[in-house]
Design a protein around this ligand. Sequence first.
Ligand SMILES: Cc1ncc(COP(=O)(O)O)c(C=O)c1O
Length: 399
Amino acid sequence: MVNYEDGDDILLNERTEILYRGTQARNNAVNPETPAIYPATAYIIKDTEDYDFANGGGKYFYNRTANPNRDGLGEAISFLENGEETLICSSGMGAISTALLSLLKCGEHAVFSKDIYGETIELIDLLRSHGIEVTLADFTDLEAVEVALKENTKLVYTEIIANPLTQVVDIRKISELAHKRGSLVLVDSTFTTPFVIKPLKLGADVIIHSLTKFFGGHSDVTGGSITASKEIIKLIKPSYLLLGATLDANSAWLLQRSVKTMGMRMKAQLDNAVILAKALSENPNIRAVYHPSLESHPQHALAEDVFLYGYGTMISFRVEDDRKKVDEFIHRLNVVKYLGTLGGIRTTLAHPASAFRNEFTPEELRKMGLYEGLIRISTGAEDVRDLIEDFSQALKVFG
Ligand SMILES: Cc1ncc(COP(=O)(O)O)c(C=O)c1O
């Protein structure tokens, strides 16, 4: 038998031998250009003393507890976010639910922005069923947030760029208000990414990402992350391990690969978004364009002040409220595709009213600004001239 570690090889019967043959670590495979993938669910323990060492965190031991690919990816995200530690989760929702269920207890209160990802809003029902009190507020209105804060407010939760109308939240001021009450500030920065804003530097305490979007960048991997100080991660980690929302090694490895090109992708996508938003705002078939780069945007000045680069890649625009014409417009597009995700290298669009059609009445959708004629774009890295041309020819449906 090829021994796992030191010791003499003993040749066993074939069925036993094949369980071990060729599986030992290749000790001369050092410093590969890309990290290795570690799919093992567990690591061999020499004896009970070694078990104690492993169980105390001395070495890798069991995959759900710790994995080299997750740790490598976590280190990269901590670096980008200026955070101390990052937990890598199985999805964005895995990260959001893990953070909230570990930080909030029965009887405590939390304030959430009303303009956040739809499934995070649905998660609030679960929190309420566990005896957690939640108030929703308009986070572009600082007074409304101040009124919503209570003595027992444990945390405040928001995104920076709201979906789909791209309102920008002043995370610096929100953090000041929350900290005065001793509340933690959690930010889902999926739409912004660390290339646009670093919320920890502006006062936030916990940063969450759906890595499925810009970090992955190619629409081929699902993941999530939670970044914070070591002290806060210490509060979240026990539940993270118990809830089991940890990412598999292969996906973590794909994300380790993707994060290397993220800066280049983001620059191209952010630059394209500014040019595309301007071109769309000049198109006669469009009624309104929502992108923080535009001077008409209500938080344009705030975005200029707090964003490090660009204004996000998400653009929304409104055309005639005619569902048939909207479908025809989608059919006519050659480059841009309709997808139930965002943040990829290719430009995609979504139709927010359709995403919520089963949950709200047409009247409620209109009140929320989710008109039939509202289109949301996630700008990719194509040659922007092809995007402008593609939208221009398809928008003629509304002429
Ligand atoms: C802002 C935001 N947060 C969280 C999520 C959830 O991420 P995931 O689908 O990776 O669970 C999404 C998904 O679209 C999102 O847009």
